[in-house]
Design a protein around this ligand. Structure first.
Ligand code: NAI
Length: 325
């Protein structure tokens, strides 16, 4: 089985080489290009492609992949909003993903964003490096006794709830598909109104697109902390900028961004960034952005590579993969 791995990054190659050792019939070629209409021709001669979060696997790309006789798509991530699944099925292309590799990796990163913003450790780090030990401007707040609203309580949401419970926070959960747990289930309206911190852990779908918009921000407490480690388009960027300018949002932590596919996973330090919204966001003193690194731990990468290779092996052997989408 010949596999073209798109959007390949140096950091993941050793993990895939190690995972593929036990499957000599799977041959992986690493391609640095992201998959899109302009690059789909690179899949010529391959049986399968392996893609990541910002590869664009839309209906036109899929039609071209089918023309090139590509039969399988292995997502090396959990979310699959970037693949037109119906179109893939109609073309007879099978799609697999890595539904869970380390929910704790993302939940812990989310907690890191919350704590950094709450205690301003990113600012303290810079001050102390310049021998500035002034505490003015670094006043923080406790997580203990705060109300944290968790939207989407699947694997990552559950892991975060455990962490938050350890901190002595009150956790409110909005998720239409979960039962009772070590949290209080509430309506979305109530979560917006009562939470000091709101964090997103639901998938991006048509119904969750711009879940946090003008109307949602209006309902929140003034000075609320908003965290998004899920998918960028859950937040309406324009509405978010407006809410930051009016101080409705007091703290914003993002690991994902609506237009991240044009920015993330590359060194842009010598570029002139054309995305004015991103520059506006990163210019606020109370905004902390990381470049989609929630998943980025040794444990998670080991799991991602190993599950992706075993998914590909199952497809190659004609088995129905439990990780089919
Ligand atoms: P999951 O499938 O275990 O949980 C998602 C939960 O969201 C489910 O319980 C579902 O019922 C709930 N949900 C669906 N629609 C909802 C809605 N409208 N309102 C509230 N809840 C809703 O998924 P998991 O593993 O917890 O991942 C969550 C998301 O995290 C993924 O979809 C992905 O976008 C993102 N993610 C981000 C990573 C990063 O590196 N920043 C890495 C991995 C995942």
């Amino acid at each position: 089985m010949k596999v073209a791995l798109f959007s390949s990054q140096k950091y993941e190659r050793a993990f895939f080489t190690e995972a593929a050792n036990a499957y000599p019939h799977i041959e992986i070629t690493h391609l640095e290009h992201a998959l899109k209409m302009e690059t789909v021709y690179l899949a010529s001669g391959f049986d399968a492609i392996c893609v990541f979060v910002n590869d664009d696997v839309n209906a036109c790309v899929l039609a071209e992949l089918a023309e090139l006789n590509v039969k399988f798509i292995a997502l090396r991530c959990a979310g699959f909003n970037n693949v037109d699944i119906d179109a893939a099925h109609a073309l007879g292309i099978q799609v697999v993903r890595v539904p869970a590799y380390s929910p704790e990796a993302v939940a812990e990163h989310c907690m890191a964003l919350i704590l950094t913003l709450a205690r301003k450790t990113h600012k303290a780090y810079n001050r102390v490096r310049e021998e500035n030990f002034d505490l003015n401007g670094l006043l923080g707040f406790n997580i203990h006794n705060k109300t944290v609203g968790v939207i989407g309580c699947g694997k990552i949401g559950q892991s975060l709830v455990s962490i938050l419970n350890g901190f002595g926070a009150h956790t409110l959960v909005f998720d239409p598909n979960v039962g009772e747990g070590s949290y209080t289930k509430v309506s979305l309206q109530m979560l917006f109104e009562q939470s000091d911190i709101i964090t997103l852990h639901c998938p991006l779908t048509e119904s969750t697109h711009h879940l946090l918009d003008d109307a949602a921000f209006q309902k929140m407490k003034t000075g609320v902390m908003v965290i998004n480690t899920s998918r960028g388009a859950l937040i309406d960027t324009q509405a978010c900028i407006k809410a930051l300018k009016s101080r409705k949002i007091g703290y914003l932590g993002l690991d994902v961004y609506e237009q991240e596919s044009e920015l993330f996973f590359k060194d842009r330090s010598e570029d002139i960034i054309q995305d004015d919204d991103f520059i506006r966001l990163s210019g606020f003193p109370n905004v902390l952005i990381t470049g989609h690194q929630g998943f980025f731990t040794k444990e998670a990468l080991t799991e991602i590579a190993s599950i992706t290779i075993s998914n590909l092996n199952a497809l190659d052997c004609g088995q129905v993969s439990p990780n089919s989408v």
